[in-house]
Write a protein that binds this ligand. Sequence first.
Ligand code: IMP
Length: 189
Amino acid sequence: MQPSSPSFRVVFSNEQILRRAQELARAIFTATPGEPPMLVAVIEGARPFARLLQKFVPGNLPVHEVRASSYAGTTSSGTVQITVGKDLPVRGQHVLLLEDIVDTGRTIEALKAHFLAAGAKSCRVATLLSKPSRRVVTVAIDYLGFEIPDEFVIGFGMDLDGRYRDLLDVVVYEAEVERAFLAAGVTAR
Ligand code: IMP
């Protein structure tokens, strides 16, 4: 946690996140008794969410990591490139992708397509947050923490240019709040 930080508006407190993650973990593991999924976190953002779920699931399952970058490119569709975890051994596995936030849906769509093509038996999605109003492609979310409106949020793994990932709560980023904070002579990180 940051020792001091701008007073952004809290959307979900750490305690709320904890409680919801516990419920999701229960739902995930009653849905797949005896067949533990292969947990794959979309880094960097989903690391705290993945760690939390991992704590609540039986069997001490490892969390694998995948990183995807979006490039707008020259077409309006955008392309997603998998830069870490492309060759995870998913053949025959029930993959469960763990995401911090589903926005346009392109990242999850690309990752699902990739892992299914690589031989995963199934590929489901658990995400802490979703912004349905921003969706560009249709993606099924199997386990959802919370829906949020079209606001840019930070904290609990989510960042703005690398800043604020380690805030314990999910808060709304507001440039004016940050400016006022910085003007008071404190350095954001
Ligand atoms: P998508 O492919 O558009 O669904 O993008 C998902 C990714 O965009 C997430 O994993 C985040 O890295 C990033 N993202 C989207 N909305 C936000 C936000 O409000 N705050 C922080 N990151 C976001």
